[in-house]
Structures are given as C-alpha cells and as structure tokens.
Design a protein around this ligand. Structure first.
Ligand SMILES: [Fe+2]
Length: 310
C-alpha cells in the first residue's frame, strides 16, 4: 500500500492508484479546503456560543451537545457555500468537474472518552463504506477542521485491503436505512440501536495508519478501505469533514476497488451531484447499480442530512 503526499499525478492516474489501495494526502490545503474548514468553524462557534468548541464536553450535558449537533450538522451540509467550496476543492485537486460527481460534505465529531459516541456523533467501528451500499469506485475525502493528533484522528486498517472480514453487510440496504433510521440519529445519545454492518469476527486493528494532516489537509482513500474512528483519548473534540466522489467513466465502466467481502444491497449512486451543475448521474448509469430494492423501500423526497456510516 502506497501513501502519496502532495502528488502531482493526474486524476485518472490517482483514481487507479486509489482502487489499488493507495492513499493520497494533500498538505498544504487547497484554498477552497481552507475556506470550507473556516465555514465549518464559524458554524461550530455560532452553535456553541461562548464555549470553546473543542472542550464543550466539559461544560454541557451530552444530551445538550447532541441537540446542538443535530441542528449544526444539517446546517453545515445545506449551507449555500458548502457545495461550492467542495467543487472548488475538486477543481484545485485536479478533478474534471464535468466528469466528477460528489455528495454533500458532512461534519463529523469524535468526543473524548465515552461522553457522546452514538447517534449524531457516532464513533465509527471498523467498516468499509462499501458495506453501506457505496460503489467500489467511490473515493472518500476526509479533512480535519481543527488541528488533530494521532489520538483523536481516524485510522485505516491496511491488513484488510486484501483480506476479507466476516461482516453483517448482507443485512444492510441503503434505501431501507434511509427510510427507517436516518431521521432519528439525534435520539441515540448513549447507545445506538440502529442496525449497521459490523465486523463479525475479531479485527486486527494493527498495523493501522493514522492520518494526521494540518487543518484542511485532505486524505483520499477508497470506499473499500477498512477504517474507523480512533478512540479519542485526548481532551479535545475532533471535528472533521468528509465527502465522497465518483467519476462518470468509472461508474459507466464499473471500475473500482475489488469487492472481497461486501454483501449489502441498494446503492448510493443516486446521491452524487455533478461538479459543474449539480445534476445527478444519468439514469442509465444509476441503473447499472440498482437491484430493485430502491422500489421496495420507496420514500418521500429526503435530503441526506444525517447519513449513516460510509
Ligand atoms: Fe466510513
């Protein structure tokens, strides 16, 4: 597994590497990445008022933080500037906006200790996004909003790039999840009873790669990488942003990382928006990934506010 830092590779070459398990880190951050982090900081500070946003767990009950986050996180997702800044970031990172589709950026939090790690602040167990109906050509983009350390970051578990892991993904369907679980994330403060695909055998977490970049420095990795939230043993809350991209040619050509253990149904392919005009992928491209379950779990028009796993 290779880690490329500040690579000047073209996007076509980069995607090929990512599908083979490589990770890309970009530091210094691009101008739009920095602006996206600034926007997130502004909204976080506004939400928590005079409190230091990284230590609110010392002042507020967990239920109150969950309530604030349940307003803050969708506000960030739907902020008029969020999508524009993601598009700027893609352009500055060498992506062709006509061919690259992205989903809305999400804000994540990792609180110290056991303070709050379910529902709206879910601490992700080791998972692949492809267990959550993401396509194998999906690329994950991740960056910290405030400075992080190895002890409040995220981890990738490279052993499982080419080693299957017994898991519960066969029980997961993205359309069913949207219908039943998404809207009530904020209710899960101390425990999370929603069914999510998990490893079903002991996981060897080490060796693990903990990515530590400066604010706005982005990491790109395949949706098929096993990754997790590092248990936060610092006294500072970690805030981060992530979003995903797919490239139209790879969608149409069914390219991407190999599937070694994902058995979920449904697809997230309908979520991605074109970099130029926010159009969805052509219906025939989405249809390549549909399995009929999208009709089984019909829903009122939902915006992806509190997305699961992935
Ligand atoms: Fe994930």
């Amino acid at each position: 597994m290779n880690i490329f830092v500040d690579s000047v590779m073209t996007d076509d070459e980069r995607r090929k590497e990512i599908y083979a398990g490589s990770i890309f880190a970009f530091s210094p951050p691009s101008p739009s990445a920095l602006q996206l982090c600034e926007l997130a900081k502004e909204l976080i500070r506004e939400a928590f008022g005079s409190l230091d946003p990284q230590t609110v767990h010392e002042k507020l009950p967990a239920e109150e933080s969950a309530r604030i986050l349940s307003v803050l996180k969708p506000k960030f997702i739907h902020h008029p500037k969020s999508k524009d800044l993601v598009r700027g970031m893609l352009r500055e990172s060498g992506c062709n906006l006509e061919e690259t589709y992205f989903d809305v950026p999400r804000m994540r939090t990792a609180f110290p200790g056991d303070y709050l790690k379910s529902g709206i602040a879910y601490a992700f167990h080791p998972h692949r996004d492809t267990w959550y109906s993401a396509p194998f050509c999906q690329i994950n983009w991740w960056m910290p909003i405030f400075d992080i350390s190895p002890d409040n970051s995220m981890a990738i578990h490279p052993k499982y790039w080419d080693n299957p892991l017994k898991n519960g993904s066969s029980e997961y369907n993205y359309h069913k999840w949207n219908l039943e679980s998404r809207s009530n994330a904020a209710q899960h403060v101390k425990t999370d009873t929603r069914v999510q695909p998990r490893p079903e055998e002991p996981v060897e977490l080490d060796p693990q790669i903990r990515l530590v970049c400066k604010v706005g420095g982005a990491y790109l990795f395949s949706a098929a990488q096993l990754h997790s939230t590092v248990p936060n043993t610092t006294n500072l809350i970690r805030y981060s942003i992530d979003f995903r991209t797919v490239h139209r040619d790879d969608v149409l050509g069914r390219k991407g990382a190999p599937n070694i253990d994902s058995a979920c149904t449904g697809t997230t392919m309908g979520d991605y928006l074109r970099g130029t005009d926010l159009a969805h992928l052509p219906a025939e491209a989405i249809a390549l990934y549909q399995d009929g379950t999208e009709l089984q779990y019909t829903q009122p028009a939902l915006t992806p506010t509190l997305q699961a796993g992935r």
